[in-house]
Design a protein around this ligand. Structure first.
Ligand SMILES: Cc1cc2nc3c(=O)[nH]c(=O)nc-3n(C[C@H](O)[C@H](O)[C@H](O)COP(=O)(O)OP(=O)(O)OC[C@H]3O[C@@H](n4cnc5c(N)ncnc54)[C@H](O)[C@@H]3O)c2cc1C
Length: 336
């Protein structure tokens, strides 16, 4: 009989797990919101913009080839380099020979969709897993009131109390939950600012190097093929974690105002203070600050539990999250 595996979360880690489990199991992926997770894109008018992860920067040729072979011509390669600025707001050229930066032509979430499409997994969007229960021969997964028996589960979300409230008696559960609760995360306000004109600057993006500026990152979606029509621009401005920490109750309008005001100053262009529309998202769990003990991954497998996600990798990088998902999928495959 074919084994069944449920995956919690359709971010890049969950998609990687589904991809690696393809041959070995009948896979169901539950996603509380939309496919992509923090690789999230929005469409408005004729524009598409990535307001979570900006791009995938594969660390080596092997990983780059994996993205190219799975995502193929749905990939969009960003043109232009990343320049730098410090607390004073002075902009300088960044390091030479920067690597490839990949998004999707229809948004960065296309990359996650491509990995899911390449698997045979059934994906249920807008369907949160509410409860996990350990059973004699696997797990019972309850999502939107439906209970599904599963030989194994893969858990990818960076936080949440799914494991803490799981119906599962094991010392390991306490260890795992405590380790996750100890993890720190940086919170980031991300603002998309739209302008009905093009910008004439020699870079794709600016990054703050001394972490002393209210803006951590600013980039131009027009540098991604297919994202912004000619004659327009969308800036993505990510306010620093310190900005969010100092303003726990900031409204979207306050974040948008800070983003546009700083953009105008940093780029020395007054027009940027008045976008014709904007969008905002606060990512409470934007980037993990540390990693959990990697031994937890091995121990979890003994309980038919795959762990995956950037929280396990300990770094907020899409390629690292993908690797954890692929590894969880591969290792569970050998046990089914
Ligand atoms: C503002 C920002 C900028 C970034 N920039 C970059 C960048 O330029 N390059 C880069 O490589 N990385 C970047 N990152 C980091 C990158 O986005 C993450 O490391 C990566 O996307 C994490 O993927 P994941 O699958 O581990 O987690 P996620 O993408 O968070 O996926 C977890 C999924 O689980 C779902 N979920 C949660 N609870 C449940 C439940 N109970 N039931 C079902 N589903 C559930 C969530 O909705 C989510 O979709 C950035 C992140 C942010 C926030």
């Amino acid at each position: 009989m074919t084994s069944k595996v449920c995956i919690v979360g359709a971010g890049i880690a969950g998609a990687g797990a589904a991809y690696a489990l393809d041959e070995a199991a009948e896979v169901t992926v539950f996603e509380a919101e939309d496919i992509g997770g923090r690789m999230v894109s929005a469409h408005r008018e004729d524009c598409v913009y990535d307001y979570g992860a900006n791009y995938v920067d594969p660390p080596n040729d092997r990983v780059e080839e994996r993205f190219r072979s799975v995502v193929g011509d749905r990939l969009a390669e960003t043109t232009g380099d990343v320049w730098v600025f410090d607390e004073s707001g002075e902009v300088e050229e960044g390091r030479p020979n920067q690597g490839v930066k990949l998004s999707g032509r229809d948004g960065i979430d296309e990359i996650v969709r491509a990995f899911l499409d390449a698997s045979d997994a059934t994906v249920q969007e807008q369907t949160a897993v509410n409860r996990l229960a350990r059973t004699a021969d696997g797990w019972a997964v309850t999502a939107d009131g439906e209970r599904l028996a599963s030989d194994a589960v893969v858990v990818t979300p960076p936080a949440g109390d799914l494991l803490a409230k799981a119906d599962w008696e094991a010392d390991f559960r306490e260890t795992l939950v405590a380790a996750r609760q100890r993890q720190s995360y940086r919170t980031i306000d991300s603002v998309a600012l739209h302008y009905p004109f093009e910008m004439d600057v020699p870079y794709y993006a600016l990054v703050n190097t001394d972490k002393e500026h209210a803006v951590g990152w600013l980039s131009r979606e027009s540098c991604k093929p297919g994202h912004v029509p000619d004659g327009e621009e969308i800036l993505i401005v990510q306010l620093s974690p310190a900005w969010a920490a100092g303003r726990p109750d900031a409204t979207p309008a306050e974040a948008a105002d800070a983003a546009s005001t700083h953009a105008a100053t940093l780029l020395a262009d007054d027009r940027l203070a008045e976008p014709d529309w904007w969008d905002h998202e606060r990512f409470r769990y934007a980037l993990p600050g540390d990693r959990v003990n990697p031994a937890l991954f091995e121990q979890a497998l003994e309980h038919d539990l795959g762990l995956a996600g950037d929280w396990l990798a300990g770094t907020g990088r899409t390629h690292a999250a993908l690797e954890t998902g692929l590894e969880a999928g591969r290792r569970l495959s050998t046990r089914l």
